[in-house]
Design a protein around this ligand. Structure first.
Ligand SMILES: Cc1cc2nc3c(=O)[nH]c(=O)nc-3n(C[C@H](O)[C@H](O)[C@H](O)COP(=O)(O)OP(=O)(O)OC[C@H]3O[C@@H](n4cnc5c(N)ncnc54)[C@H](O)[C@@H]3O)c2cc1C
Length: 423
């Protein structure tokens, strides 16, 4: 191998952290830049549902979704909301989003590209957890999706058919079986499907921080600064520019800044339709009841997971842009769901002790991230736009971006993920 490449990784969320680990393992000279702490509260990787779902193949946009949009607009407290003030801005993204899922054939194509990024994710988590001393944060309790009854489950056939096609299997639990499997559940839920192959983290932010610490132990440097742009000579990258007029001289840059990648991509020649699907979580410390499994109540579409800080309920999709203040009523909807799923919480939710968080899912309209070189220069490589599935796709997306930047043979075919698909 020749001289190591000087690579700047911009953004230390889950994607940047895995990319940095891959680059360090490959012997490159790595600088990670982030204005906040790796995996800190400012990062979406901090506050998500904490699930590593290799089975997450279905994009959010599916046939018939457009019929539900008027209802979402009318109901400010549903699981999906669009603020009127943001509607005109979000409209082009929404049109592309609905079009991306308009036929089953399109959804199947997207699912194939998602599968390429999620399969084997858990193996990467295990490997890096062992290398960085993070095994205690990784759990393999599977995922229990709960429905009112079998008819509701059958109405969700597209997701389950796709999973079956890609070799995922699950245990179906009906009536008493479900309640024995997951004691304490409300009688309103009569059917469950347990995917044993899924996993979760008990503290996603700490896992990201641990990966970055591990990369730094192995030679990477962490700089607490915001990247603002790039200095090019011709089509070659010479430096990443930073806030305050500084720069970091380098050969390559990886853009892994989550929702903030939109601005950096613009500087590298690409206008990517990246929208924030804002999401919320609440964490109940010392919960009166601890579920045995991570749970997804399919009527509320939220993630209920035991974490180190307490029982986390994460979910909601709100299109309201980057600047609007959080609407904490959306977090309260999540908190209000807990007694509906587990009656033990009825009258036991101490609002004062509940931690509430809002973050930005970095979402493209077609359910696939942007991975690959920028239009302006092959030296700037993207890996952002992981929407609802950044934890699941992070290891392979990060590794793919690292390989593309170093000119290594890529772990998966990068073709479906190029940013220029939106040109
Ligand atoms: C409520 C909710 C629930 C979710 N649940 C799940 C789940 O269960 N499973 C799953 O797989 N996914 C889930 N997601 C999605 C997942 O969290 C995201 O896809 C993922 O965290 C995105 O990771 P990232 O590394 O791209 O971005 P981030 O985690 O946002 O990290 C980006 C980093 O870049 C830094 N940065 C920003 N601008 C700059 C700059 N100019 N220069 C340098 N650094 C910069 C930021 O400070 C930040 O640290 C959920 C999301 C939400 C909101």
């Amino acid at each position: 191998m020749g001289e190591p490449l000087r690579v700047v990784v911009i953004g230390a969320g889950i994607v940047g952290a895995f990319a940095a680990r891959a680059l360090v393992r490959d012997g490159q000279s790595v600088t990670i830049v982030d204005p906040g702490p790796p995996g800190g509260r400012q990062a979406t990787s901090y506050g998500n549902g904490a699930w590593i779902l290799e089975s997450s193949l279905l994009p959010v946009s599916v046939p018939g979704l457009w019929r539900q949009v008027p209802g979402y607009l009318a109901d400010p407290l549903g699981p999906f909301a669009i603020r009127w003030s943001h509607l005109w801005r979000a409209a082009p993204w929404l049109l592309r989003f609905v079009a991306a899922g308009s036929t089953v054939a399109k959804v199947e194509k997207t699912a194939a590209a998602r599968y390429a990024l999620t399969q084997g994710a858990l193996g990467h988590y295990r490997e890096e957890a062992a290398a960085c001393g993070l095994c205690d944060l990784l759990r393999t309790d599977g995922l229990l999706s709960i429905y009112r009854d079998r008819a509701d489950f059958e109405a969700d056939a597209l997701a389950w058919t796709l999973r079956a096609r890609y070799g995922f299997s699950w245990q179906e639990l009906e009536g008493g079986e479900l309640h024995e499997f997951e004691p304490g559940l409300s009688a309103d839920y009569g059917f469950g499907a347990h995917l044993a192959s899924d996993a979760n983290l008990t503290d996603p932010g700490a896992f990201v921080a641990g990966l970055v610490e591990g990369a730094c132990r192995d030679g990477a440097r962490l700089e607490t600064v915001r990247a603002t742009g790039f200095r090019f000579e011709g089509d070659r990258l010479r430096a990443v520019e930073t806030e305050g007029g500084g720069e970091i001289v380098c050969d390559r840059a990886l853009v892994t800044a989550g929702i903030h990648s939109r601005m950096l991509a613009r500087q590298a020649g690409d206008r990517v339709p990246l929208e924030t699907e804002r999401g919320y979580h609440v964490v109940v410390p010392d919960p009166v009841h601890v579920p045995r499994h991570p749970i997804m109540p399919m009527d509320g579409k939220m993630a209920i997971t035991m974490t180190r800080a307490g029982l986390r309920v994460a979910g909601q999709v709100e299109l309201a842009g980057m600047e609007a203040e959080p609407d904490w009523r959306r977090a309260d909807i999540l908190a209000g769901y807990l007694p509906r799923v587990f009656p033990a919480f009825a009258g036991r939710m101490d609002g004062a002790r509940i931690d509430r968080w809002m973050g930005h899912r970095p979402s493209t309209p077609d359910g696939l991230p942007c991975i690959g070189p920028s239009r302006r220069s092959p030296d700037v490589v993207y890996s952002f736009g992981h929407g609802h599935s950044g934890l699941a796709m992070g290891p392979i997306s990060g590794r793919l971006a690292a390989e593309l930047s170093a000119g290594r043979p890529p772990v998966v075919d990068p073709e479906p993920y190029g940013a220029q698909r939106f040109a």
